[in-house]
Ligand binder design. Structure first.
Ligand SMILES: [Zn+2]
Length: 66
């Protein structure tokens, strides 16, 4: 769980003992679940990036040979 203060945009994993913001003492905190990083989406992104690079390099080599 992550806390985000709406008053001072403090972000942290902990809040004050009474649930207040650690930075400014405001009670205007929003609790947000920690977003889970999808390991598959990261892999797809890297594969796409590598594919794009291979395409670019192939294009450059093709241009040099013609
Ligand atoms: Zn705050």
């Amino acid at each position: 769980m992550n806390y985000t203060c709406k008053d001072c945009s403090y972000r942290g994993k902990t809040s004050g003992q009474d649930g207040s913001c650690l930075a400014c003492g405001s009670f205007n905190l929003a609790r947000k679940p920690v977003p889970k990083e999808n390991p598959r989406s990261g892999k797809v992104r890297i594969t796409l990036l590598i594919g794009l690079w291979i395409y670019l390099i192939a294009l450059i080599i093709w241009k040099l040979n013609h």
